[in-house]
Design a protein around this ligand. Structure first.
Ligand code: ADP
Ligand code: MG
Ligand code: ZN
Length: 195
């Protein structure tokens, strides 16, 4: 077995909406705080579903964080204190410069935990999360419960008919679905538009 893990590791927590990604993130942040590891916690400002200065899980728990616009904002905040870990929620909303930054931090011995959606509402991968998963040391892919058939769900279904790739919403616009119920839903919406 390994002698020990190096401290600079990249972890990705991913899965569809409602799968408990933020729940898992909060659990990890709690462990980091017990370990007294100074941690910078950020989320993109675009995620305005809940309060701006906290990451929020639908299980009711939340933790204070910084809301930032860009990867440069994360870099700037990271420089301000002697952080040993970086935690990012909703990482799919950042641009791909995040990948080099995360890699750079890991080389310096910083622990990075990035959390985000692996697929959009059409089941197309978010490239940034796919790339982060590729360079990660550990990937946790969570599942939700499909609202249609109650089986395990890996997809986020958009119930509104908007075609924008990014549309912020919660249970008002999205539900967790398995692949089959997701595809059935897409077909149904397509037929509705044609008729
Ligand atoms: P994520 O960050 O992945 O969107 P959250 O941490 O905000 O997930 O929410 C996870 C919580 O959401 C679960 O603990 C559960 O209480 C609740 N929940 C609501 N809908 C579902 C669903 N369809 N499947 C699983 N959990 C759900
Ligand atoms: Mg979340
Ligand atoms: Zn289903």
């Amino acid at each position: 077995m390994y002698r020990k893990y190096s401290s600079g590791i990249i972890e990705v927590v991913t899965g569809p909406m409602f799968s408990g990604k933020t729940e898992e993130l909060i659990k990890r942040i709690t462990v980091l705080s017990y370990s007294e590891i100074p941690t910078l916690i950020v989320k993109p400002v675009i995620d305005n579903r809940f309060s701006h200065n906290e990451i929020f899980s639908r299980n009711g728990r939340s933790i204070k964080c910084y809301s930032v616009d860009t990867v440069d904002d994360i870099k700037e905040l990271f420089r301000q204190q002697n952080y040993k870990a970086l935690v990012i929620d909703e990482a799919q909303f950042f641009d791909e410069s995040l990948i080099d930054f995360v890699e750079e931090l890991a080389v310096k011995g910083i622990r990075v935990i990035a959390c985000g959606l692996d697929q959009d509402f059409r089941r197309k991968p978010f490239k940034i999360i796919a790339n982060l998963m590729a360079i990660a040391d550990q990937v946790t892919k969570l599942k939700a419960v499909c609202l249609s058939c109650k089986n395990a769900a890996s997809c986020s279904f958009r119930t509104s008919l908007s075609q924008e790739t990014i549309e912020i919403g919660d249970t008002n616009k999205y539900e967790a679905r398995c692949r089959l119920c997701h595809q059935n839903g897409l077909n149904h919406q397509k037929n509705k538009k044609i008729s």
